[in-house]
Design a binder for this molecule. Structure first.
Ligand code: NDP
Length: 290
C-alpha cells in the first residue's frame, strides 16, 4: 500500500484564499487586521520563521509590524513593549518568537500578552479555555493538524490516536483537540517504554519530537494515518521530519511530508487566529457604537 500524501501546502493555500477574502471584506470597512512579532537576538532559525510569518501576513493583506531587539534587552523593557502593543488598536495579534535569551523568563512574557491578542494560543487562559471546550485561540501547529484531517474528511470519533511528544505547544494541546473530537488518546514521551508497542496500535500517529528517523515502518499499523510535525536536518542538511518517510509511506494510509506538510499549516493558522482576533475587535467596536 502506498499512502495518500496530505499536501499541507495545498490546504494552506486554500485556507489563505479564504483569509484574503475576509481581510478584503474588512478593509471595505476601513479596518485591517494587524500582527506584531517581537524578535529578540540573532538566532537564524527564529529569523527565518519570523520572515516567513511577515511575508505571509503581507500576502494576506494584513498590517504587520516586526519589532527587533538585541539579546541584551531586559525583561522589563520587553514587558513594557508588550503592554504598549496590548493597548495598540491597530494590533490584534502579538507573538514573541521563541526561544528567548536565557535571562528572559518566557512564561512572564507569554502571560503578559493580552489573552485577547494571544494568537499563538500559548497564554494559560487560552489553554484553559481550550481544555474546557470554550472558545479560545488554539495553538497553531495542533490546530493546523486538525484542519488537515478535516480537509481529508477523516472522522475522528472512536479513533485511537497516539501522540508522540508532550510539549506545551504541540503534543499536549494536540491530544486535547483529538479528545474533543471523541478520539481515544495515548501520549508517549521520552520515558515511554517500547514506543512501537503503542504506535503500532494507533489509527493515527502524530509525531512531535524532533528526532529524524524516530518513526519507522515497524512503528506503524498498515493503513494508519501518520502526521509528522518534527522538523529536523538530515545528514545532508536537508529538512526532514521524525518519520522515516520513504519506508512509512509504503505502509501508511495517509502521510504528511516534510517539508510541505504541517509547517505551512502552522503559519496559516497563525494568520487565521489573527483574523479571528481582528473580527472580535471589530465586533466589539460595532457593539459599542450601537
Ligand atoms: P520539545 O523539545 O518541546 O518536545 C519534544 C517532545 O518529544 C518531549 O515531550 C519529549 O519527551 C519527546 N521525546 C523526546 N525524545 C523522545 C523519544 N525518543 N521518544 C518519544 N518521545 C520523545 O519540542 P516541540 O514540541 O517544540 O517540537 C517538536 C518537533 O516539532 C521539533 O522538531 C520542532 O522543530 C517541530 N515543530 C514543528 C512545527 C511545524 O510547524 N511543523 C511547529 C513546532 C514545532 P519529554 O517530555 O519526556 O522530554
Amino acid at each position: 500500500m502506498t499512502a495518500i500524501i496530505i499536501d499541507g501546502k495545498e490546504i494552506a493555500k486554500k485556507k489563505k484564499m479564504e483569509i484574503i477574502d475576509q481581510v478584503t471584506e474588512m478593509k471595505k470597512q476601513d479596518f485591517t487586521p494587524g500582527l506584531a512579532v517581537i524578535l529578540v537576538g540573532d538566532n537564524q532559525a527564529s529569523r527565518t520563521y519570523v520572515n516567513s510569518k511577515q511575508k505571509t501576513a503581507k500576502e494576506l493583506g494584513m498590517h504587520n509590524v516586526l519589532i527587533e531587539y538585541p539579546s541584551s534587552i531586559t525583561e522589563h523593557e520587553l514587558l513594557a513593549k508588550i503592554d504598549e502593543l496590548n493597548n495598540d488598536e491597530a494590533i490584534h495579534g502579538i507573538l514573541v518568537q521563541l526561544p528567548l535569551p536565557a535571562h528572559i523568563n518566557e512564561t512572564n512574557l507569554i502571560e503578559a500578552i493580552s489573552p485577547e491578542k494571544d494568537v499563538d494560543g500559548f497564554h494559560p487562559l487560552n489553554i484553559g479555555r481550550m481544555m474546557t471546550g470554550q472558545d479560545a485561540f488554539l495553538p497553531c501547529t495542533p490546530y493546523g493538524v486538525m484542519v488537515m484531517l478535516e480537509e481529508i474528511g477523516l472522522n475522528l470519533e472512536g479513533k485511537h490516536v497516539v501522540i508522540v511528544g508532550r510539549s506545551n505547544i504541540v503534543g499536549k494541546p494536540a491530544g486535547q483537540l483529538f479528545l474533543k473530537e471523541n478520539a481515544t488518546v495515548t501520549y508517549c514521551h521520552s520515558k515511554t517504554k517500547d514506543l512501537a508497542v503503542h504506535t503500532k496500535k494507533a489509527d493515527i500517529v502524530v509525531s512531535a519530537v524532533g528526532k529524524a528517523g524516530l518513526i519507522t515502518a515497524d512503528h506503524i499499523k498498515p493503513g494508519a494515518v501518520v502526521i509528522d510535525v518534527g522538523m529536523n536536518r538530515d545528514e545532508q542538511g536537508k529538512l526532514c521530519g521524525d518519520v522515516a518517510y520513504a519506508e512509512v509511506k509504503e505502509k501508511a494510509g495517509y502521510i504528511t511530508p516534510v517539508p510541505g506538510g504541517v509547517g505551512p499549516m502552522t503559519i496559516t493558522m497563525l494568520m487565521y487566529n489573527t483574523l479571528k482576533s481582528a473580527k472580535n475587535h471589530l465586533n466589539n467596536l460595532q457593539n459599542s457604537n450601537i
